[in-house]
Design a protein around this ligand. Structure first.
Ligand code: SF4
Length: 325
């Protein structure tokens, strides 16, 4: 498809960041962790080695071109197909973005490399850093996040504390709760203790509302998440999206429609594929992100399904679409 985006995706709707224009700076799926709840599937290269993974000049050129064509977003979000702080030129990238646009920059990170001064200096150039903390002890950390062998929960917390001491911007710490794994009162008390040491500006609770790397991952009920949020204090909020999606039967009845070739359609289809490559999306997600109606989305999805490019998976009664590898 002409003009395919290589490093940018979206803007996608994000509960935490509004319209989030994603910038992908590591190959799929290079990460320091292999979280059981990852929406991208299993980690294929678990590493802590920082490298010049992608051509930063090409990323900046694509961003500049996109913005010149009218791309708009609430945040430029560095994240994507793995752990972005593994890219050794992260700081240079943010310097480059700041020269192109005033749109604030956010980084979605596991936070596991913040023990390294270079990583802290790179991240400190962003406006908002969104790290994760899903466990209060080593045993639970191993179960939920399956880290690289050189990463421990103590190192993760130490890195987050060091970053807090140096960074005057916003830290929004995500805690991803998996029913039965990191949700008992003892674990929540340990996580609370770590949060008090880290001193983030916000604590954001999430759970498995989308398909995950491991199929047995259970989402928490909304009421229980709210109760845990209350115990974690006033900075804590629930960000998991429990809004109802479209049921599979309705979708299946629409997917056979025929598409008309058209330049604008090409552009929307490209944006749709780009979104689905990064994470499974419900019909509601896609409509909100691409600002098109359900019937139009269903036509595109049907086209991709007929070609065997896109598949679907149901989770808790909501159908999610994703690209097939
Ligand atoms: S959720 Fe994030 S940190 Fe965890 S494995 Fe997936 S990409 Fe890596």
């Amino acid at each position: 498809m002409a003009g395919e985006k290589k490093y940018l995706y979206g803007p996608v709707p994000s509960r935490r960041l509004g319209r989030s224009l994603g910038v992908d700076i590591v190959p799929f799926k290079v990460c320091t962790l292999d979280c059981i709840y990852c929406q991208l599937g299993r980690t294929t290269e678990k590493t802590i080695e920082r490298k010049d993974y992608v051509d930063i000049e090409a990323v900046l050129a694509e961003l500049k071109g996109g913005l010149a064509k009218g791309l708009q977003a609430d945040f430029i979000t560095i994240s994507g197909s793995g752990e972005p702080t593994l890219n050794s030129r992260l700081g240079e990238l943010i310097d480059g973005i700041k020269k192109i646009t005033d749109i604030p920059v956010a980084i979605l990170t596991s936070g596991t490399l913040l023990t390294e001064r270079d990583v802290r200096e790179g991240c400190a150039k962003a406006d908002v850093v969104l790290p994760s903390l899903d466990a209060g002890d080593e045993q639970t950390f191993q179960k939920v996040n399956r880290p690289h062998k050189d990463i421990s929960i103590e190192k993760l917390i130490d890195g987050l504390c060091a970053f807090r001491d140096e960074f005057s911007g916003q830290i929004w710490l995500e805690v991803f709760l998996v029913e039965g794994l990191n949700t008992d009162s003892e674990q929540i008390a340990k996580i609370k203790n770590a949060i008090e040491r880290i001193r983030p500006d916000k604590v954001q609770l999430n759970t498995a509302v989308r398909p995950t790397a491991d199929s047995g991952v259970k989402r928490m009920k909304a009421e229980k998440l709210q109760a845990i949020a209350a115990t974690l204090g006033e900075k804590c909020e629930v960000v998991a999206d429990f809004s109802p999606g479209r049921r599979s039967k309705l979708v299946e009845s629409k997917v056979g429609d025929v598409l008309e070739p058209h330049f604008a359609i090409d552009h929307k289809m490209e944006a749709l594929l780009s979104m689905l490559k990064r994470r499974p999306c419900s019909l509601n997600d896609i409509c909100a992100s691409l600002d098109i109606n359900r019937n139009e989305v269903l036509k595109y999805i049907g086209h991709f399904q007929n070609q065997g490019i896109v598949g679907s998976e149901e989770k808790d009664g909501i159908l999610f679409f994703k690209t097939l590898s």
